[in-house]
Design a protein around this ligand. Structure first.
Ligand code: SF4
Length: 753
C-alpha cells in the first residue's frame, strides 16, 4: 500500500485560502513575533497543557490503494478522560480584537479534533482558536464543543476536494509512467560517454546522492541528463524533476531535448517558469486594489488548474493562454502548477535561493531531483543569494524622498534614520583605509535593520517618488532584506565588510556556499551538477560541498582534438603591465586575422583593458558595451550569423558573449583570450581567498585560478560546436605554460607555442 503524507495545514489550505494575491507582508518581525506569541501562550497555559503535541491519522483510500497519512502538531493540548481540548494559537496584530475565528484557523483546530475523536474513539472534543499578542496576551478566544460526528462532517468538507485532486493526479501519473516505461533514448545512437553519463544520473537518483559531471560541448548534456531522470521518474524513484539553469538562454537545450522526447508518445507535464517581471502583463502592484488578476485569483485558479490537467501541452504559450482565459496572474498560476508538474525548467533561484525558492515544494518534500546546468556558476550564485548589505548612502537618498513627501515624523523616515545612525556609529579603523572587515556588529544593529525592513513593508502602499532618489528602490531595499536574512544565519559563515568611510556600506558576505549547498540538497532524490567547465572535478566537488561518496564523472569531448588548434603566446598581461601589453596584443590579433581572415571574438579581462587595446588596433572591429539589451546583443552577433564575410569583436571574458552563445560552422573561426581570467583583486576576492586558504588550504586556487580558468574554457568552448567545426584559439599570457594553470585546462586541449 502506497503512503502519502500531508500536513493538516496543507489539507486545510487546499480548500480554505484567501481569494486575492497580496504582496506577502514578509515582515520578519511578524514571523519572530508569531513564534514568540506561540511560545508565550504555551507557557501561560500552565499545568495540564502540553505544547506541540504530534498527531497522525492514516486514511485509507482503497480504490487508489493508498494510505493518506495526515499529520501535524497541536499548538496546545489538554488531555482528559472525558472531553480533551485542542487549542490553535495564532498571532493577532489587528487594532480591534477579532470577532470570529478565521475559517482556515478554525478548520485546523477542527481537523485535530476529528483526528483525536477517531484515534481515541471519543464522542466529543473541545476545540478553540486563540488569538494572542507576541507576549501571549489573549486578544480573542473562540471555544466550541463538537461531537465526533460534527468534526467528521467538517473534516470531510476539506478532505473530499483534496482527494479529488489526488485521484486526478494519480490518474495522470499512471499514464505518465506507462509512457515513460516505453520511452526510448531520443537518438539512434548514444554519443561517446552519453550512455555512461545517463547511468550515472540514474544511479545518483536511485542512491539519493549528488553527482558532479564535466560534460564538454557536444556531449548532448540535456538528453543525457533528462532521459535517465525521466526514466527514474517513471519508476517512482523521484517525485519531480527540476532542470535548473543559470540564465534564461540556457533553457533552450532542455526544451529542445524535451521536444525531441515528445516525438514519442509521452504524457508529461513539463513547465517552464519565467521571472515574475517577464510574465506580468499588468506591471503594477500585486494587490487586488491595483491588479485585476490579483483580485480573486485564488477563486479562479482551481478551475484553470483542472483545465491544465486535461492537457499534455504545458508549453509557456499554453499556460499563458489558460492564465489569460481565467484572468489569472501567470506567475502565481505557474507557481501553483509547480505542485503537480512532472518536470520544471527554471532558474536556480526557484530551487536554491533561501529567499525565493518555491516553499510549497522545497520546504514540503525532498522527493525532488535537481539537474543543475552550467553548475560552475553555483559558488558565485550562492554567494549572491546568501549575502546582503546595508547601503547608508543609498538610504540617505531614499530618506530625503520620504522626508519631502511625508515629513520627518513618518515611521519610515525614523527607521531609516536609526539605521543610518547605527552605521555612522560603527567603529571603523582609524588608519585611513576606505574598506575592510569588521569582527562583528553591535547588538542593536540587527534590530534597527529589521525594523527598517518592516517599516518599508508597512509603507509599501504609499507611493513615494523613489525615482527622485536617482535609483531604484529595489537596489537598496532588496540587499537590506538579504542582509537581514543573512544575519539570522550562523555568523561563522559570514564576513562583515565595510566600504566607504563617509557613508559606509556594510555587507554580510557569505563565505560558506558549500555548506549551504550541502544543506539545500541534502536528502533530495538525486542532484546532478553538470557543466562543460566543472573542472577539475575533485576541486569543484569540494567547492560545492560534495561528500566523498558523491560521484564525479568526466565525459570525453566528442570532437577530434585536432579540430581546435590552440596556440599560446607569452604576453605579460598582469595589471601593472597592461599598458605595454596592449601593443603586443593588438599585434597578435592583427597577425591572426591577417593570416587567416574570418570571424573572431577577442576576450579581455576588463572593459578598461579592452578599450586600451582597441585604441591600438588598426582593424575594423566592434566593441562590447557595458549595458546591452537583448536587441543590442542580437545586433552585435548579426555579423557572425550572416553567411560569409569577416568579423572581429572585442568582448569581456565572463560576459554575455563568452558563455551561452552558439556560433556553429563558419559563424566563428576562432577566439583570442587575453590573460588567464583571474577575477579582479578586491576586498571580496581577498576575503574569499583568506577563507579558502583557511578551509581548503589553497586560497589563490579557489578564489582566483578556478573561476578564471572556467571563464577561459567557456570562451574557448565557443569555437567548436559541432563535429565538423574547426577553428583556432589564441591564448595570450605566459601563465598558460605554468603547470598550475595547465592542470586546470580541459584534457582534450592540445596547446602549442
Ligand atoms: S499579474 Fe502582475 S501585478 Fe498582477 S499579481 Fe501577477 S505579477 Fe502581480
Amino acid at each position: 500500500m502506497e503512503e502519502l503524507r500531508v500536513s493538516v495545514r496543507e489539507l486545510v489550505e487546499f480548500t480554505l485560502h484567501g481569494a486575492d494575491i497580496r504582496l506577502i507582508s514578509g515582515r520578519m518581525q511578524d514571523m519572530l513575533d508569531g513564534t514568540l506569541g506561540h511560545q508565550a501562550r504555551q507557557k501561560l497555559l500552565g499545568d495540564g497543557w502540553q505544547a506541540e503535541v504530534p498527531l497522525n491519522l492514516p486514511i485509507l483510500v482503497e480504490e487508489e490503494e493508498l494510505t493518506l497519512v495526515l499529520g501535524g502538531r497541536m499548538d496546545a493540548f489538554r488531555d482528559a478522560t472525558d472531553v480533551p481540548c485542542v487549542e490553535e494559537i495564532k498571532l493577532w496584530q489587528g487594532e480591534h480584537p477579532p470577532e470570529a475565528p478565521i475559517p482556515a484557523h478554525r478548520m485546523q483546530a477542527v481537523c485535530y479534533g476529528h483526528m483525536l475523536c477517531v484515534t481515541r474513539g471519543l464522542p466529543a472534543v473541545d476545540v478553540r482558536v486563540v488569538y494572542v499578542t507576541r507576549r501571549g496576551k489573549v486578544q480573542g478566544e473562540f471555544p466550541e464543543r463538537l461531537t465526533a460526528e460534527e468534526c467528521r462532517a467538517e473534516f470531510q468538507s476539506v478532505l473530499l476536494p483534496y482527494l479529488r485532486r489526488i485521484r486526478a493526479v494519480r490518474r495522470h501519473t499512471r499514464a505518465r509512467n506507462a509512457s515513460l516505461a516505453a520511452l526510448k533514448f531520443p537518438y539512434a545512437n548514444y554519443r561517446p560517454g552519453q550512455r555512461e553519463m545517463a547511468v550515472q544520473v540514474y544511479t545518483a537518483i536511485k542512491r539519493k546522492k549528488r553527482l558532479f559531471a564535466c560534460m564538454p560541448t557536444g556531449t548532448g548534456k540535456s538528453s543525457a541528463t533528462l532521459f535517465p531522470a525521466l526514466k527514474a521518474l517513471g519508476e517512482g524513484l523521484t517525485g519531480q524533476v527540476y532542470y535548473l539553469t543559470a540564465r534564461t538562454t540556457q533553457r533552450q537545450g532542455a526544451l529542445d531535448a524535451l521536444a525531441r522526447l515528445h516525438q514519442q508518445t509521452l504524457h508529461l507535464w513539463a513547465l517552464v517558469i519565467d521571472a515574475k517581471d517577464r510574465q506580468c502583463p499588468t506591471h503594477t502592484l500585486c494587490h487586488p486594489d491595483y491588479c485585476e488578476r490579483a483580485k480573486g485569483h485564488f477563486l479562479r485558479d482551481t478551475e484553470a488548474i483542472e483545465e491544465m490537467m486535461t492537457a499534455d501541452d504545458w508549453s509557456a504559450e499554453n499556460v499563458r493562454a489558460v492564465a489569460d482565459k481565467y484572468c489569472l496572474c501567470p506567475f502565481e498560476f505557474a507557481m501553483s502548477l509547480c505542485e503537480i508538474a512532472d518536470v520544471v525548467i527554471c532558474d536556480y533561484n526557484y530551487a536554491l535561493d533561501p529567499a525565493v525558492h518555491i516553499r510549497r515544494i522545497f520546504d514540503a518534500t525532498r522527493d525532488v531531483t535537481l539537474l543543475i546546468d552550467e553548475a560552475h556558476h553555483l559558488p558565485e550564485r550562492f554567494r549572491d543569494m546568501l549575502s546582503g548589505s546595508v547601503d547608508s548612502a543609498g538610504l540617505r537618498k531614499l530618506r530625503t524622498v520620504v522626508g519631502k513627501a511625508a515629513g520627518k515624523k513618518h515611521p519610515l523616515y525614523k527607521a531609516m534614520t536609526d539605521v543610518i545612525r547605527a552605521v555612522d556609529n560603527l567603529l571603523l579603523p582609524e588608519d585611513g583605509s576606505t574598506e575592510g572587515t569588521l569582527p562583528k556588529l553591535p547588538d542593536d544593529f540587527d534590530r534597527v535593520c529589521l525594523s527598517l525592513a518592516d517599516a518599508f513593508m508597512d509603507a509599501r502602499q504609499e507611493h513615494f517618488p523613489w525615482e527622485d532618489a536617482g535609483g531604484r528602490l529595489g537596489d537598496t531595499l532588496m540587499p537590506l532584506l538579504s542582509f537581514n536574512r543573512a544575519r539570522q544565519r550562523d555568523s561563522a559563515d559570514y564576513a562583515i565588510l565595510w566600504e566607504g568611510r563617509r557613508h559606509p556600506k556594510i555587507t554580510a558576505f557569505a563565505l560558506d556556499s558549500a555548506g549551504y549547498f550541502q544543506q539545500a540538497t541534502q536528502g533530495l532524490s538525486g542532484v546532478t551538477c553538470f557543466s562543460a567547465t566543472l573542472h577539475p572535478l575533485p576541486e569543484m566537488r569540494l567547492l560545492l560541498g560534495g561528500a566523498e561518496d558523491d560521484a564525479c564523472f568526466a565525459m570525453p569531448s566528442p570532437f577530434p582534438p585536432e579540430h581546435l588548434q590552440i596556440r599560446q603566446v607569452d604576453v605579460n598581461t598582469r595589471y601593472a603591465h597592461r599598458t605595454s601589453a596592449c601593443t603586443e596584443i593588438a599585434r597578435q590579433i592583427t597577425a591572426l586575422v591577417t593570416q587567416k581572415p574570418g570571424k573572431y571574438l577577442v576576450f579581455f579581462p576588463s572593459f578598461a583593458f579592452l578599450r586600451m587595446t582597441a585604441e591600438r588596433l588598426m582593424l575594423p572591429c566592434q566593441v562590447q558595451e557595458k549595458q546591452m539589451d537583448e536587441a543590442a546583443r542580437a545586433a552585435f552577433l548579426d555579423a557572425y550569423r550572416q553567411e560569409g564575410g569577416d568579423a572581429l569583436s572585442l568582448c569581456v571574458l565572463g560576459g554575455v558573449f563568452s558563455e551561452g552563445i552558439d556560433l556553429p560552422g563558419r559563424q566563428l573561426d576562432g577566439v583570442v583570450v587575453v590573460g588567464v581570467g583571474l577575477p579582479q583583486v578586491n576586498l571580496y576576492q581577498e576575503v574569499l581567498r583568506a577563507h579558502f586558504e583557511r578551509t581548503l588550504g589553497d586560497g589563490f586556487l579557489y578564489a582566483y585560478m578556478l573561476p578564471g580558468m572556467q571563464k577561459v574554457t567557456q570562451a574557448v568552448g565557443r569555437v567548436i560546436r559541432t563535429e565538423t567545426d574547426t577553428g583556432v584559439a589564441l591564448l595570450l599570457d605566459d601563465r598558460y605554460s605554468y603547470p598550475a594553470y595547465r592542470r586546470l585546462m580541459p584534457e582534450h586541449w592540445r596547446v602549442t607555442r
